[in-house]
Design a protein around this ligand. Sequence first.
Ligand code: SF4
Length: 452
Amino acid sequence: MCLDHATGILRQIQPVHGVAADPARLRRIVAGPDISANVAATEDHKDHMGFYGASGIAHEFRTTVHPALHTEADILALAKTLQAMGVRHYVLQVFRATGCGDARLDAVSTLGYPGAELHALLFKKNREILDLMQVMTPAHVHTVDDRSLSSLLSSLWRAIRELRRANVDVAIDCELFSRISSLLSFASGASVRVGFHRHTQEGLYRGSHINRRVPYNPYHHISAQFLTLARAIDSTAVPKSKLPVMGAGKPPPHVQLDSALIQGIQSRLAQDFPGIAGKPLVLVYPGGGILPIRAWPLASYIALCEGLVADGCAVAVIGLKDDQALAQQLVASVTLALPAGPVIDLTGYTRSISELLALFHVARLLVTNDGGPGQFAALTPIWTLMLFGPETPGLYAPLTPRCHSFYSQWPCSPCLTAYNHRSSYCDGDNQCLKVIEPAGVLAKARECLASA
Ligand code: SF4
């Protein structure tokens, strides 16, 4: 092939060239059964490096760094050699055991991605909880504001520009089947884009922007599936990440709240509801949020709350302002049966996620439908009883030993799944939840309160 022809092709493909090590060390590294062939390959390798470096062709050199084969001095020396040859783009990548097949090399491979810089892209309304968890450098959190079309478009534009400036190598799309997030992965400029993919299953089309495709598996906890996404980064298998499922995930770390915040909510409660003073506080969340089919019947909550109040507890109903009518119904029913109460309505009472978490620090127990409050509670020391019906705790139970899930294993459950875009086929009669007896929940509540 003539040089002009070769150069033309190379200009089109913009090669990424691998550099195993400096030529002298390469002799040692590649030494195998046919040492003469390996030495010839070494010389050939050196020629190629010089060719690319001097050609002006767009290129990138990469070295896969293995802790047993390279020292920092080796890499520095190699970088200087490449620089002298005119190479301008040189990338180091960490050796991974995946697909190597050499047990000796695999045994001392580096785990994880040491030194990797993490960025997050999320809706602005969800940012508070990420900040509270203190797992991300604030400047590396990029937000999308969906309060209006104009704020959505301008914040999307800004976020994409920020991500591109950060030179993101890998995008991990944690959405189950969102098309916009797969598009954003592509727009971020990341060359490796990991995400859930439908493969040969019907529906759930989300474009072809994901290039590390992982099947969604509704039989494994969602946290294990997110770990599978991370492990797919270097996978060469189809589908990606054919590795053993990581076992039960670790409980999330408790958020470190400002003690003034906890004291503040305590003082407000004491001032606004003096009747609860000195009693163990139990919170209940009877709302179903945007999926009311997830709600345990109100009559069951009322029976539970009557039992708790009779035991000497104070009961508070939590939820958003939209849940107020339901809360007032519950309060009225329990107060009618037990006029001394106390049972109070705290819907709309907390003004932020951090105040809600502070309330979880003050209360002893939360009884909740499947939804956000139960997941947030796992970031605090409160005991939680969570009622599952159309969804399964196998997929969404909070990963904390201080949470107990009730689930009836109903034959049609789970009917809410990513595969039907969480659109249940139920006629509204959620028997899966109705069969959970208040007496059983009350017995478990007493157990938790005794150990709290
Ligand atoms: S379809 Fe079955 S699992 Fe789904 S809400 Fe109705 S009873 Fe529950």
